[in-house]
Design a binder for this molecule. Sequence first.
Ligand code: NDP
Length: 244
Amino acid sequence: MEKTAFVTGSARGIGAAVARRLSREGWTVALHCLRSREAAEMLAQELQKEGGRCAVYTADVADRDAITAAIQRAEEELGPISLLVNNAGIARQELFQDVTPETWRRIFAVNVDGPFYACQAVLPHMLHVKHGSIVNLSSIWGLRGASCEVAYAASKAAVIGLTRSLAAELAPSGIRVNCVAPGVIATDMVRQLGEETMAQLREETPVGRLGTPEDIAQAVAFFADDRSAFITGQVLTADGGFIL
Ligand code: NDP
């Protein structure tokens, strides 16, 4: 069975760690970026040096035509996609009363519409061969809710609804859909909160450290292949005990 993965937002952060891990586990990886083309090209070189097969695709996941075309190009160049990782996402902290309709819409466009478009783009082949895996990135805030991150938390709750519903619809077609809900992971998304907040979050994490992108990559890789063959529609929380 061919092993080609498309990982959205894989130039940096969690997506880059997922791409590295999948490549080291023998997957051909379609790297994807929006603004970080240079970082994506560097990662591609790194993976190719290790013997990996990959290529870089640029598209805004919120632009249906652009992400669909990127996935189609990846399928032509690398082979049919059997694993989609919907990782690209944006977050923003502000009081609910300050959230503009434009901010609300953009967060949902990237975090929810993006996975919707990407899923529709990979499904024709997966349905044809009755095989495939989709892994979505939600968040502990999507499970629990978060003050000053209402739009983000709501969008990540929507990702869980998408995961469970699509899993039910696609299970008879041999396609699994699962979700990873990370806790606080040391990436640019969290670094923008500042050192003081990061230290506080570290303290609040029962295992005593922030998560690493690799911690999340392990969970994604588990859902990618037959190690999780009987598991679909699930949300795996990887948060060092944060929301216990
Ligand atoms: P980063 O902010 O470090 O990276 C975000 C990634 O998303 C980048 O690769 C970026 O690409 C991509 N991206 C953003 N907007 C778009 C867009 N419109 N189109 C295409 N790509 C886009 O985030 P993380 O690595 O921390 O997060 C990855 C995922 O994990 C997200 O979905 C996030 O919500 C989720 N998550 C993260 C947590 C954390 O603590 N870090 C906790 C819980 C969930 P580029 O740079 O090329 O523009």
